[in-house]
Design a protein around this ligand. Sequence first.
Ligand code: HEC
Ligand code: HEC
Ligand code: HEC
Ligand code: HEC
Ligand code: HEC
Length: 194
Amino acid sequence: MSRNSVVFGCGLAVALIAGWVAFPRALYVKQQQPIEFRHKMHAEKSGITDCAQCHAFRDDGEFAGLPANDTCAGCHSDRIGTSPAEAKLVDRYIKPGQQTPWLVYSRQPTNVWFSHSVHVRLAGLGCTDCHGNYGDSDRVRPYEVNRISGYSRDIWGHSMSRLGRAPGDGMKMSDCEDCHRRHKVEVGCLGCHQ
Ligand code: HEC
Ligand code: HEC
Ligand code: HEC
Ligand code: HEC
Ligand code: HEC
């Protein structure tokens, strides 16, 4: 190999590392969830395996989203185990009557209108179609915010190139539209932007 190609190779490697490793680190700010809630372990320990027990649809059909602490207080009004995560839930939030300030990975910008009722109840889609297997995961991951747009990283997804993304990773406008195209659903601009 000539000296020039070695120099070029090193330069390329540095640029690639900068692009693929350093750039995402600089672009996203990480925040930790307030409590280490682990779906998989919780299902095993508590026996609650039905998502709807915590992520319910209200009587008017609206999706309640993340559970309020009333949902947890039935079992966690006092500590029942010895884990620090449960201790924080009980002492810091439930007993003082506070809500846990969970961070929402899939949060869309405020100009986007999205209905779980339409997608889950009417279209019969499963949670995994859009959220991957998060409901069966064994850890919370950090919430990452894009410094420039202020959007959650989950909008773009975790693959910088978006090639070979896992299903449910990323929910940009084009991702909503791709699925609508597959299902032959037509939604105008004002259907999603209200
Ligand atoms: C015991 C209550 C409980 C049950 C049962 C439960 N969850 Fe959750 N879920 C939570 C809590 C608390 C959070 C917030 C903390 C977190 O993000 O892990 C959450 C967060 C989530 C999120 C993240 C949403 C976002 O964008 O931030 C998804 C997706 C989710 N749950 C899906 C599911 C699915 C699917 C099931 C059923 C297989 C399920 N959950 C069962 C309590 C529950
Ligand atoms: C039906 C009862 C029940 C409900 C409702 C419930 N839990 Fe639990 N939870 C349990 C049991 C049982 C354990 C296991 C306690 C132990 O031995 O550590 C547990 C453990 C936990 C732990 C500690 C697990 C760990 O990672 O070590 C956390 C955190 C927790 N629950 C959060 C929640 C939150 C948040 C909610 C409401 C969204 C909730 N739980 C609702 C029964 C329940
Ligand atoms: C068609 C895609 C899709 C399906 C199917 C879907 N979700 Fe979501 N989910 C989203 C989007 C998009 C958001 C963000 C909504 C927003 O920010 O307005 C979201 C947000 C959430 C949140 C956070 C809500 C909040 O505002 O606090 C939870 C929890 C959640 N989903 C759980 C579920 C569960 C459980 C299921 C299955 C019953 C499910 N989702 C099915 C796309 C989907
Ligand atoms: C199926 C739902 C859907 C439809 C239809 C839709 N949008 Fe969007 N749009 C979104 C979502 C989700 C976002 C936020 C995520 C993103 O930026 O990709 C968005 C973002 C945008 C943005 C901000 C761009 C950015 O990168 O932040 C503009 C501008 C926009 N849409 C215009 C339009 C126009 C004009 C139309 C009609 C031709 C349209 N949208 C139709 C879902 C939709
Ligand atoms: C996995 C597939 C899938 C994804 C992803 C998806 N949708 Fe949909 N969406 C559907 C289907 C299927 C329907 C038709 C529901 C019906 O009428 O049966 C629909 C319908 C809609 C409607 C029309 C509601 C009405 O009846 O007026 C809106 C608005 C919409 N979606 C917004 C969004 C937005 C915003 C996103 C992205 C954040 C999104 N969708 C992502 C499958 C999807």
